[in-house]
Write a protein that binds this ligand. Structure first.
Ligand code: T4K
Length: 412
């Protein structure tokens, strides 16, 4: 693609990509190993309920992270719900609004009020000084989210939790393989919750886990994920069904064999995006701290519309037309979604940084399904659009229907 304006699909040229390029395309490890594991599982005729693959997965994840207990679950949302209940949270819990809706829903589902707190615009994570201001007599805990796998200010949050007698846990859905002060995320706070959803760089199809060094807490969560059963016919606790299946654990064990390769690919891609977008006015790629371990899964762009001449939504539209399914994250912020929008109609007033970031952030495709050529094409599209911003904007304003669909995209 040249940098001539007519080469953009919004001007009627063919899309740069014949097939859709996704944010969140799953990574697949060694297919033969996966299929062999699935065959063994079929031969064993043991599909779920704490089977051998789940046990092996838990042992290997705990060892990888360096934490004593891993409780594997069907997904991170249920894992969060179980962790919240096991910790006895009640009343109000402080969370960022700049997160996936599951963080808030896991609380509200149990009639605990998520109190949305603003973020630090440099880290995109909870701002500890704002957390202090949100504490009330009803506050029972804080959930920090390690957004993009970049760790929260764990030390500051730990100090607040200690001084104010609050429980602290982390939504580490993005942060498998990432570190804080040199230590892998998973062992901070009372517990940490990972997501292994298909769209995460390390996946078990669907899945999640709670990691903790607290044996009593781990045991409680094991009971809760299996209806509260202790042995046959003996329920000793209220519980739910949060179990991971054997086929998911088989995928997890296979993914684990390739985890360093996935990280290396993501890192290489991140570097290629940084290089490809270097000098594009108003467009910056979020950096990862070189001193820490990162999984580099998220290629996060912040778009400054004044400098770029285009806003984030306009750039997403340009990319969609090229079959690049760039995504806004976490737009429009939990506080602007139901039921929270109705419960807290004025929340935006205390969330200025969240509001600003929600308007600026977009994600670009990463993982094993994109290569350097695709990345250089994507960067070139962005460069072309920004250097022709007035014409692009005029064209988009003239379009009756934006190319960005309102609902989630199916494979294609
Ligand atoms: N906390 C945080 C901070 C989280 O980010 C999440 C989940 C959670 C908690 C809860 O974790 P889980 O309960 O899910 O374990 C995704 C995921 O469903 C969700 O796991 C994730 N965060 C969230 C940020 O995003 P969407 O809405 O992006 O999915 P969807 O269907 O639009 O797919 C994204 C793209 O990936 C599409 O272009 C298609 C492609 N795709 C997707 C799937 C599922 C594929 O190519 N193959 C696939 O199998 O939600």
């Amino acid at each position: 693609m040249s940098s001539n304006l007519p080469d953009l699909a919004i001007f009627g040229k063919p899309a740069a990509f014949a097939n859709k390029v996704h944010v969140g395309r799953p990574n697949i490890g060694n297919r033969d190993h996966l299929l062999a594991r699935i065959n063994d599982m079929l031969d064993r005729v043991w599909f779920t309920n704490n089977g051998p693959y789940v046990q092996e997965f838990e042992t290997k994840i705990a060892a990888f992270v360096g934490v004593r207990h891993c409780v594997a679950m069907c997904n991170a949302t249920v894992a969060l719900e179980i962790a919240i209940r096991a910790l006895g949270l009640t009343g109000e819990v402080i969370v960022p609004s700049f997160t996936f809706i599951a963080t808030a829903h896991a609380l509200q589902w149990q009639e605990i009020t998520p109190v949305f707190c603003d973020i630090d615009p440099r880290t995109h994570n909870l701002d500890p000084s704002q957390v202090e201001k949100m504490i009330t007599p009803r506050t029972s805990g804080i959930i920090g989210v390690h957004t993009w796998g970049r760790a929260c200010d764990v030390s500051a949050l730990e100090a607040i939790a200690r001084n104010r007698n609050l429980q602290l846990l982390f939504d580490a859905a993005h942060a498998f393989g990432c570190s804080y002060k040199g230590e892998l995320i998973g062992g901070f706070g009372r517990c940490e919750v990972f997501s292994f959803h298909a769209t995460k760089f390390f996946n078990t199809f669907e899945g999640g886990a709670v990691l903790t060094n607290d044996e009593v807490l781990a045991e409680k969560m094991r009971l809760m994920r299996n209806f509260g059963f202790r042995g046959y016919d003996n329920v000793i606790y209220i519980g739910t069904n949060g179990k991971m299946t054997e086929v998911c654990a088989a995928m997890g064990l296979t993914s684990l064999e390739s985890v360093e390769d996935f990280i290396e690919t993501n890192c290489r891609n991140h570097t290629a995006y940084c290089r490809g977008l270097d000098g594009v006015p108003g467009v910056s790629v979020t950096a990862y701290d070189e001193r820490e371990r990162a999984n580099y899964q998220y290629i996060v762009l912040e778009v400054d519309d004044l400098a770029a001449g285009l806003n984030r939504d306009e750039l997403v539209d340009v990319l969609f037309a090229e079959n690049v399914l760039a995504r806004r994250y976490f737009f429009p912020g939990c506080h602007r979604m139901e039921p929270y929008r109705s419960y807290f109609p004025h929340a935006a007033l205390v969330l200025p940084e969240t509001e600003r970031l929600c308007r600026r952030v977009m994600l670009l495709p990463n993982g094993t399904s994109v290569d350097e050529l695709a990345i250089s094409q994507i960067c070139q599209i962005i460069r072309t659009a920004v250097s022709n911003a007035p014409a692009v904007r005029t064209k988009l304003v003239g379009q009756t229907e934006p190319s960005t669909p309102a609902c989630s995209m199916m494979a294609g």
